[in-house]
Ligand binder design. Structure first.
Ligand SMILES: [Zn+2]
Length: 568
C-alpha cells in the first residue's frame, strides 16, 4: 500500500488579498496533511500564488507598480497569513518561480510535439475579467455569466489545445473511478458538461497584448497564461519530471478546490495530464462557497473578512474548528459572526473547555495535581474505552472522505460522554469518603486519559489546542507528528505525572449586547385561563369592557393579575 500523501490547494490569484474562501481551502488541506502524517504517511502539502495574467498587470498599474514588485508583495501576504492559522505548508510555489516556468515550458514542448497543440485564428466574445473567450452557449444576455459585464469581440490567431481528442477518455475515466471528483454532485456536473462536444482550449496570448506570462517555447511572439501555467504548479512543485519528490508523491495527489474552478480542474487538467503522458490525480475534492451574511458582520471585521482579523479576535484554532465543523464539504455555508461565536461558546468553551478544566481542577484538588493511579475499571469505564476506539475509526473514515463536520460531530460525542460521566460519577462525592479513594482515582484517571486521547484525535483539526491539552496533562513536549498508532493506546498516560496547568483553552466570548429596545406596550387583555362554559358557550378568555353600548372601552387592571382572579 502506498504510504504517501500529497495535498494541494489552488494557487491563489494575486489580484486580491487573502480572504476566508482561501483560508478555508488551505485549512482543509492542512487538516488532511496533519491527519495523514499522524497515520504514519510521508506527506507533502503545497500551496502558493498564481501571478501571471492581465488582471495582475491591471492590479499592479492601479498601485502604480510594475507587475513583479506587486506580485512579490501580495504573494508575501498569502505566505505570511498561513502560519497565523496554524497552517504549515511544506512548499509555497509561485508561478513566477524559474523552476515552475521551466516545467511549464517542458510540458508545452511535449504536448506541442505530440500534435495536441495547434495554431488557428479565432474570433469570439472575450471577458477581460475572466481572461477567457465565451461561447454563444455560455453567454447570458450578451454578457459574461460570471461578471455580468459586456464582452469584447476579439479576433486573433492563437494556439489551441486539442481537448476534444480526449473527451471520450475522460468520460470513461470518470465512469471507472466514481470518486475521482467528489462529492458526487460535482462529478455529475462534469459528466453532464461532457455530454456536449468539448471545445479546444485557447492557451496563448500574443505578446502585443500581454507580456506578463510564460513565453511559448515554440513561438516567441506568444505567451501562455492561466491554465497551462497555473495547473502545472502541482507538478512543478514536485520537481517534475526527474525529481525524487515527483515519483514519490504524484501517485497519491489530492487537489482541494472551490467549485468556481471545477471545470479547469475536472476537465482541462486531467486531459492536460493525459496528453502529457502523466497519470491523473487521485481525487479532486470540491467545496462550496462561504456566503457572508453582511447584516451579521460587525464594522470591525469589515465587508471583506481577512483571515488574520478573525485569528486576532477569536484565535486560530477556534476559526479552524468553525470552518471545518460548520461547512458540509461540497455545499455552501453561511458565515456569520453570530454562528462563529455561538460555536466557540457552546462547543469549545462550554463543552470541551469546561470538561478539560473541571477535570484538571479535580485532579489538583483531590490528587495534589498528579495523575492518579487507576483502580479496577467498571462497566462504565469499559464503555468509554470502547467508545473511543469506535470514534477513532469513524473519525479516520470521515476525514478520508473529507466529511470533516461528521468527524468533529463524532469526536464531540466523546466530550459529551466525558461530561456526563463526571456528572454521573460525582468525584466530589467520592472524595468525601476515604473508603472510595480507589474509585475516585479510577474516575479521574479515566477522564484524564480520555482527554489525552481526545487531544490526539483533535490534533489535525486544532493543532495548537491539542498541544496545549497534552502539555497541561503533563504529556508534553512530545515529538511531532503525534502518531495515532503509538499514542492512541489506552493507559499511555502514566500515573504520577504532574499536571502543568496553563490558561483556559477557550475563554467564553462575551457579546456586548446593544441597549435592548424598550419593552412593547402591554396589550390590554386579561390572561388566558382554562376554557369554561359561560351561558352554554365555551369561553377561552374574558375581556372586561365598559361603554355606552355603541363604543366600548376595554378595562385594564393596573397591576399583574393572576389568571382566574375574581372581578369584584
Ligand atoms: Zn467574466
Amino acid at each position: 500500500m502506498n504510504r504517501t500523501f500529497y495535498v494541494t490547494t489552488p494557487i491563489y490569484y494575486v489580484n486580491a488579498e487573502p480572504h476566508i474562501g482561501h483560508a478555508y481551502s488551505t485549512i482543509v488541506a492542512d487538516t488532511l496533511n496533519r491527519f495523514y502524517r499522524a497515520q504514519g504517511y510521508e506527506t507533502r502539502f503545497q500551496t502558493g500564488t498564481d501571478e501571471h495574467g492581465e488582471k495582475v498587470v491591471q492590479a499592479a498599474q492601479k498601485e502604480g507598480k510594475d507587475p513583479q514588485p506587486y506580485v512579490d508583495r501580495i504573494s508575501q501576504l498569502f505566505r505570511q497569513t498561513w502560519p497565523e492559522l496554524n497552517i504549515q505548508p511544506d512548499h509555497f510555489i509561485r508561478t513566477t518561480d524559474p523552476e515552475h516556468m521551466a516545467v511549464v515550458t517542458a510540458i508545452l514542448s511535449r504536448v506541442y510535439e505530440s500534435g495536441d497543440i495547434y495554431f488557428s485564428e479565432y474570433g469570439g466574445q472575450y471577458c477581460l475579467g475572466c481572461e477567457r473567450f465565451y461561447t454563444e452557449r455560455e453567454i447570458v444576455d450578451g454578457r459574461c455569466p460570471d461578471h455580468q459585464t459586456p464582452l469584447t469581440f476579439i479576433k486573433e490567431a492563437n494556439y489551441f489545445f486539442r481537448m476534444s481528442a480526449y473527451q471520450d477518455w475522460l468520460i470513461r475515466h470518470l465512469q471507472e473511478n466514481p470518486d475521482f471528483i467528489r462529492p458526487e454532485r460535482y462529478r455529475n456536473e462534469v459528466l453532464s458538461f461532457l455530454k456536449e462536444p468539448l471545445e479546444d482550449l485557447c492557451i496563448s496570448r500574443p505578446k502585443s497584448r500581454l507580456t506578463w506570462g510564460i513565453p511559448l517555447p515554440f513561438d516567441e511572439n506568444y505567451v501562455t497564461y492561466v491554465w497551462f501555467d497555473a495547473l502545472i504548479n502541482y507538478l512543478a512543485g514536485l520537481g517534475y519530471p526527474d525529481g525524487p519528490l515527483f515519483s514519490k508523491f504524484w501517485p497519491s495527489v489530492e487537489h482541494i478546490i472551490a467549485k468556481d474552478i471545477l471545470k479547469p480542474h475536472g476537465i482541462y487538467w486531467p486531459i492536460m495530464l493525459q496528453a502529457a503522458g502523466i497519470a491523473p490525480y487521485r481525487h479532486l475534492n470540491v467545496h462550496g462557497y462561504w456566503n457572508l451574511d453582511q447584516s451579521k458582520i460587525s464594522k470591525s471585521l469589515g465587508n471583506v473578512i481577512h483571515p488574520r482579523q478573525l485569528k486576532d479576535r477569536f484565535g486560530a484554532d477556534a476559526v479552524r474548528y468553525f470552518f471545518l465543523r460548520e461547512m458540509v464539504f461540497g455545499l455552501d455555508a453561511q458565515f456569520s459572526e453570530e454562528n462563529l461565536i455561538q460555536r466557540i461558546n457552546a462547543d469549545l468553551a462550554n463543552n470541551l473547555g469546561n470538561c478539560f478544566s473541571r477535570t484538571l481542577t479535580m485532579i489538583e484538588k483531590y490528587c495534589g495535581g498528579f495523575i492518579p493511579e487507576s483502580g479496577e475499571p467498571g462497566p462504565e469505564e469499559q464503555r468509554m474505552k470502547e467508545h473511543l476506539l469506535k470514534v477513532r475509526e469513524t473519525v479516520s473514515q470521515e476525514v478520508r472522505k473529507v466529511t470533516f463536520h461528521k468527524a468533529l460531530m463524532t469526536l464531540w460525542e466523546v466530550i459529551d460522554g466525558a461530561n456526563k460521566y463526571v456528572d454521573a460519577q460525582a468525584p466530589w462525592a467520592l472524595a468525601k469518603d476515604p473508603a472510595l479513594q480507589d474509585r475516585l482515582g479510577t474516575v479521574l484517571y479515566v477522564l484524564a486519559e480520555t482527554l489525552r486521547q481526545t487531544a490526539i484525535l483533535l490534533s489535525p483539526f486544532m493543532p495548537q489546542t491539542a498541544r496545549s491539552m497534552l502539555d497541561q496533562l503533563g504529556c508534553g513536549p512530545e515529538k511531532e507528528p503525534v502518531s495515532w498508532e503509538e499514542e492512541l493506546v489506552w493507559g499511555r498516560l502514566a500515573p504520577g505525572t504532574p499536571l502543568a496547568r496553563g490558561t483556559a483553552l477557550f475563554p467564553r466570548i462575551e457579546v456586548k449586547k446593544e441597549t435592548p429596545p424598550p419593552p412593547p406596550r402591554k396589550v390590554p387583555t386579561v390572561e388566558m385561563k382554562a376554557p369554561s362554559l359561560l351561558m352554554g358557550v365555551e369561553s377561552q378568555a374574558m375581556l372586561l369592557a365598559t361603554g355606552d353600548g355603541k363604543r366600548l372601552t376595554v378595562v385594564v387592571p393596573e397591576g399583574a393579575v393572576p389568571p382566574g382572579a375574581k372581578v369584584k
